[in-house]
Design a protein around this ligand. Sequence first.
Ligand code: THU
Length: 160
Amino acid sequence: MKEIDFSLKAKMFDSVLELSKDEQNLMGKAITARNNAYAPYSKFQVGAAILLDNNIIITGNNQENAAYPSGMCAERVAIWSAGAQYPNMIVKKIAITAASSEIEVKNPVGPCGACRQALYEYEFNQKEPIEIIFMGEIGKIIKVTSLASLLPFSFDSSYL
Ligand code: THU
């Protein structure tokens, strides 16, 4: 028997002002996207902004639907939009933020499991880590260095 250690190191910031100027700009774009989210059912608005290697930023927000399961998360709207517009372009970072009209979202909101898997597909293919920076509406900000770190024993095309 051998123990495997998947312990995760994350950076926690007290304010966006502690991020680099590029990251502050990226989070600003995620906030704008969040404010435009279509979330009339959950009232939980999420915005994501993706920085590509060519310095273009692609944004996405959650798009809900009266048939609830037909809605889509902000992160997948953003990553698939990036993939559609700039196929094979390296993805450098994704910034994510969430807010609600019902509650104050003070804790950092990380991507859901399905979004981690969708984002990981891109990280696996490009063989370069994608940084993830996430926050609520206010409060602390978390930064992790890769999707792989958020998905131990992840599934990828090498299994197929
Ligand atoms: N949501 C996202 O956009 N991203 C996540 O990672 C978690 C959840 C959305 C989906 C739904 O529109 C609302 O938040 C409530 O779950």
